[in-house]
Every structure is written in structure tokens, then in C-alpha cells.
Design a protein around this ligand. Sequence first.
Ligand code: PA5
Length: 444
Amino acid sequence: MKLDITKALAFVSPDAVKALEPSVATANKALEEGTCAGNDFLGWMHLPSQTSAAFLAEINKCANVLRQNCEAIVVAGIGGSYLGARAVLEALGDNFGWLKPSDSPRILFAGNNISEDYLAELVEYLHGKKFGVINISKSGTTTETAITFRLLKKMCEDERGKETAKKVIVAITDAKKGAARTTADKEGYTTFVIPDNVGGRFSVLTPVGLLPIACAGYDIEALVKGAQDMEAATGLDVKFEDNVCSQYAAVRNALYQTGKKIEIMVNFQPKLHYMNEWWKQLYGESEGKDKKGIFPAAVDFSTDLHSMGQWIQDGERTIFETVISVDNVNHTLAVPTDEENLDGLNFLAGKRIDEVNKMAELGTQIAHVDGGVPNIRISIDKLDEYNLGQLIYFFEKACGVSGLVLGVNPFNQPGVEDYKRNMFALLDKPGYEAESKAIKARLA
Ligand code: PA5
């Protein structure tokens, strides 16, 4: 993985980035020594190097049981309990899901919304199919996931029988507490633990991400190896100039200080759409607090150049872009010659589609920089498990550093509780009587 910040340095001087070196060093040290705010949630820091081959074998063993017994596997989870797995599966899969090996179960995601139509259509699709469920919830009490699991557990038991259900339902949750743990222990499901010291959005390299990825047939050893190599490449002993996490954290904070309040994560491969979604949660939930923080936005190019391109080129100059570029695509396909040439595109005949895409990428970078948008470029060799493992750990580590440089606790999320309190009050949840009365009086 390479990081190029040179196209951001026209907007913020190299000195301004360098000036952040001491606070980046302090942040790196505090993360390493566990002395920063949120230090009870630093389990992700050395997770890659601490993941043993035996542990990965255990995950693969469970995945094989699910693969052998299921045509479809539903991953029930929300936020950090599903976005990482989805990001990796989408990046490694084919765009349409048509080309997956016929012996691989279809992986479906649910428990990430409260849409009656979504769930009714899922139930309809699963009806009569051999399906299993991976129920993922760190707290074990998240409403979206719990409603979905309640439906799927009953359906699985009704259609496949209690004994088979026990084999094809797996819980990934807290070691001791929460409804997901209680149910799993009572029913005798296979379980994996989300470590106490790993927050949801930093949990993709725990069983939360690893089991669904293994169920889809991907190489979790290579994924973890990529993360291990990035962990080693961004340690305390690595110089500021050579440390990609330190550089990314410094340049985005320097840009923020000059009024660039929005970072747009850009891809030129639709398979990276969910990587952007995962990144949005990681950075949004980690940095958006105490009335500060860069707003994380995302676009898929060139698709969104035809919708958001105008704003990015010409709107308020409060944005910067970070592009994830993939050097080598997995297929070879050229633009065909057309005798009539009615569309005038014969000048492209014989060129790889990816060459056209790369010129769209370069042309966009030049146009946006000319238009006042600082550009950071992350490039990876190709979309495979190893490179994705690197990218994941890179974003996690840089996020911890960046949040601390910003001066917030990157590892809590107090703001996400407010809507839940109101929802429970409006639904008359026992224990919420006072809140219920207050909110209903406000609405009267
Ligand atoms: O990052 C987070 O902590 C959140 O996004 C959670 O992952 C999300 O709310 C799901 O929580 P849980 O895993 O407890 O169901």
C-alpha cells in the first residue's frame, strides 16, 4: 500500500504537516503505552500480531460446518458488527454475485435496519432454503439485530428443526453478558467472543469479520497477514516520514485546521463501495464529538462524477478527497472496434477498460486539485485478502492517531445513545416510563 500526499501539499504547506509531528508522536506513544483517552479499547492495536494460526483454524472449522450445511448464511449485525465483513466480501466478490463458486453459500446481511419490507422479503427468499445465521452483537441487545435474529431463529428452527438450527446458528458476542450470549448458552450454539477491549468499529479482524469472510470461502490467513505487515510497518520505531498512518493522520488534521471540514473517500471500483461505508463509520464515530471532527463522506467514481461531480469541482471549498486506487484489476477486457463508429469511440478501440478508468482517475485528480480540492491518494496493488488486510489496519491505526491529534477520545460513541432512548420511550419500553411521559408531552 502506498500513500501519496503531494497533491494535498499545494493547500497545506509541508511545514504545517511537519508541525504536527510532535502531537502525532505523542498520540502514537499514548496508543502504544495505553495511556490515552479510551485506553480500555485498544485491543485492536496488536490484534493482527496476536492472532494465532490455531485461532484462524478454529474459525475456518466453524465456517466449514456452515458452508457444508447452508445454501445461504445471514449475517445479522449493524454498524461495526457488519460493515467490515461486508466491505471485504464486496471487495473480493464479483460485482453481481453471479460468478461465485456454486459450492459457496450466498452471504446475506440483515439486522442493520428496521424495515418491515426488507425483513419480509428476506424471509420470503429464505423460505425453503437451507440457511444458517451468524448473529453478531457485542452488546447483545441491539434492537435492529435482535428483532432480525428473533425472526430468523424461529424460522430456522421451524423449517430446519431444532437440532440442525443448533448446528447452523452461530453467535459472536460478549463473553458473559447480553441477550445474544444468554440465548447462545441456553441453546448450545457455537460462539465466538468479541474481546472487551475491541470496540465494534475496530472489530473486523476479530471473529466479527473473520467468520463471515471465511464462510464466503476467502483466505482469512492472508487477510490477517496483510494486517500484521501493516502493524509492523506503522510501529513506534518507524519514522514520521515513513509511517503512512502518521502521515495520513497529520495531513488530514492539517487540512482540517485550514477549514477543510469534509473528507470525501473516493473509489474508482464499485467493489469498494462498502469499504467507504466501513471507513465512514470508523472515522465518523471516532472523531465526530465535542463539537468537532472532519465529516466523512464518500463517493463511487466515475458513477458519482455524474451526480456529485459538480459540487466537488465547484461548490464550497471545504472539502478534500482521499482516493483509494487499485493498481491492477482482476480481469482483462478491451474496448471493441466498431465499423460504423457512431459514438466516435474508435480511438479507444483495443485499449483496456481499466486504462480508460485510470485516465478518468488522473483527469479527475487534476481537475479537482485545479478546482481547489486537496487530494490524498492511497494505492493498493489489487483487491485481494492481503491488500485489504493492510488497508483495514492502516485505516484503524491512522484513525486512533488522528482522533487523538484532534483532541477527542476516538474510542467512545456517547452520541449514538440518544435516538435509542427516544425510540424506547416512544415504544413504551419498561423502565422508560419517565422518558416516555416527557417525550409524549413534547409531541402533544
Ligand atoms: O462501533 C460501534 O460500537 C457500533 O457501531 C456498534 O458496532 C453497533 O451499534 C452494533 O452494536 P452491537 O455490536 O453491540 O450490536
